[in-house]
Design a binder for this molecule. Sequence first.
Ligand code: UDP
Length: 366
Amino acid sequence: MRTSLPSHSQSWKLLFVTTPVGGLGTGLGGGVELSVYNIAKELIRRGHHLDIVAPTGSLWDEFNIVQIPGNLQTIAQSQQRTDPITLPANSLLANMWDYARQQQDHYDLIVNFAYDWLPFYLTPFFHTPIAHFVSMGSLSDALDQIIVQTAKKFPHTIGFYTPSQAATFPELTPPVYYLSSGIDLSLYEFCPHPKHQLAWLGRISPEKGLEDAVQAAQITQIPLKIMGKIQDQPYWEKIQQDYPNAPIEYLGFLSTQELQAVVRECQALLMTPRWIEAFGNVAIEALACGVPVISYSRGGPAEIIVEGKTGFIVPADSVTGLVAAIQKLDTIDRKDCRQSAEQEFSLDALGSRFENWFAQILQQWG
Ligand code: UDP
């Protein structure tokens, strides 16, 4: 049970502006959806007032959500680094920020969760401060440039998940904030005795490297439970064709409750990113169930996993490394996994990190 009192006695009026790539609760936004959910939940518990601007079709009903219509933004992962910035006609992203501009006087702080150029560009035109939570590593030259400019002009306003994610952006002016992530641990049940099976969780999209986990399942013949939004159907079909004998089962895009019920019965979670993973919410969800994490050494997971204690970090793109780590799983005490989630990734810890960050920004704008 969380008992700590709000560390900032003042109550703030906050406007969260979320990702324009899909409605909240659809899974299209990836891990940032769970992060927005948990940050919102904890800040409201601490007595702050919060409204969320989100795409029409958002599914959450426990928050004040302002649903905004418009055409979705293309995901940054599907574009080339040198591509120009584009917006569709009747842009959802533009509509969300037009709403924020009109309503800004009602808020102490606006928080941007979109991995997009426009909110950074608009920052100097607003008189209410904007905090930018950057949810992915560097993918676009134009976006890198505007993030670096914003960090310089508006100190304290840029937050990242992890140092290894921030390091992918060139020439950032400090201070830079590392907010990590956090989850409601009461929703994830500890399971001391797993079944003979492994888990893979996430958006099914090339940057997540699912094929390597499937190959590891084929080699070890340990069943692999796959859960997540299919974002790239041809990619998913190709994996099934390439590994016809892999013991895999796709369970769909599951709710947190359903997801943890499967994950907790697995021997390990496999994370096989091809990109520098900004954080990897799925890693802390697995740890919360007592499930060790085996991940490629690319970004956030290597900052979350304690080597040999809560999982194994293997060389990037090494399927033999995954297989060797799977064979060592009985050396892990699953209680250590749960304990590390409790110590570092609770909602309380998450709320304090965000409150401290927002307090710095508001003090600066004082
Ligand atoms: N997820 C989910 N249902 C599923 C599979 C995954 O809700 O069936 C969520 C999971 O809880 C996590 C997100 O998908 O919050 C994946 O986030 P992560 O940070 O691991 O990667 P990202 O998608 O941001 O690259």
